[in-house]
Design a protein. Structure first.
Length: 256
């Protein structure tokens, strides 16, 4: 009953694709509700009505754990456990609800809180095993396996959730490092362009002023000053193109 889930989200899920993220396949374990009405010679129509009622009440609680993971404890685990307490004495297969509660607690709670849930669910299930009116051997077949799977599936969910959290933290750290590298690269390019353009534009202004002052007095020197200003402008343009080309290629390498 392991599930694919978001890594311990703290806020409500607003993703419109939640329908595709719900672990619908895990609902197959609700089949544990069926054997007792089938094999119990005293079962009747009301036993099947109970099975349908359990499923109808359970489904919203199950989906809620995916839609609102931040409220999974009170919106899913607690009412799911209460539903199991109420219905397990009437249908021992309803003990599977405790396994669902343990799986959700393993995903949505911290390890310490989840282990407390497992202990509590185990105690409740042991009490139900002792006092259940369901005759043997149906009682053992219905209540025994959930006692084991609360811990197997619950611990598996804890490990999976912790791996997902670590993977999410690693992705976040990598994104921060990449962002800092990008910002640093942009600042370096800005400094280079500032130094380059500042020197070149100063030189061009000086030659332009000299050309303006000499255009009537010494046309030859004015033309020479204008030519120097043009060469300076072309050289600056070439260097700007080189810097931006290298910067663009660096961005592409990081993106790849």
């Amino acid at each position: 009953m392991t599930t694919t889930h978001e890594p311990h989200p703290e806020t409500a899920s607003t993703d419109s694709s939640w329908w595709s993220e719900v672990g619908w396949v895990h609902l197959v374990y609700l089949a544990f509700l069926i054997p007792q009405p089938i094999y119990d010679p005293d079962s009747g129509l009301w036993d099947w009505v109970l099975v349908v009622g359990i499923v109808l009440v359970f489904l919203p609680l199950y989906v809620f754990a995916w839609v609102r993971p931040d409220l999974a404890r009170w919106g899913s685990v607690v009412p799911m456990t209460a539903l199991g307490v109420v219905t397990t004495p009437l249908n021992s297969g309803a003990a599977v609800l405790f396994v669902y509660a343990a799986a959700i607690a393993g995903v949505r709670e911290s390890r310490r809180i989840a282990l407390r849930w497992f202990i509590g669910l185990t105690v409740v299930l042991c009490v139900l095993v002792s006092f259940s009116p369901v005759p043997l051997p149906q009682r053992l077949w219905g209540l025994g396996p959930p006692l084991v799977f609360i811990w197997i599936i619950g611990l598996t969910q804890i490990e999976q959730a912790e791996r997902d959290r670590e993977a999410a933290e690693l992705r976040l750290r990598n994104a921060r490092v990449e962002h800092l590298a990008t910002v640093s690269e942009r600042e370096r390019i800005a400094r280079e362009l500032h130094d380059l353009l500042g020197h070149s534009l100063t030189s061009m202004i000086m030659h332009a002023q000299l050309c303006q002052n000499l255009v009537e007095v010494d046309p030859a020197r004015a033309r020479e000053a204008a030519a120097k200003a043009e060469r300076t402008a072309r050289a600056a343009l070439t260097e700007v193109l080189i810097v931006t080309t290298f910067a663009r290629s660096g961005y592409l390498r990081r993106a790849m």
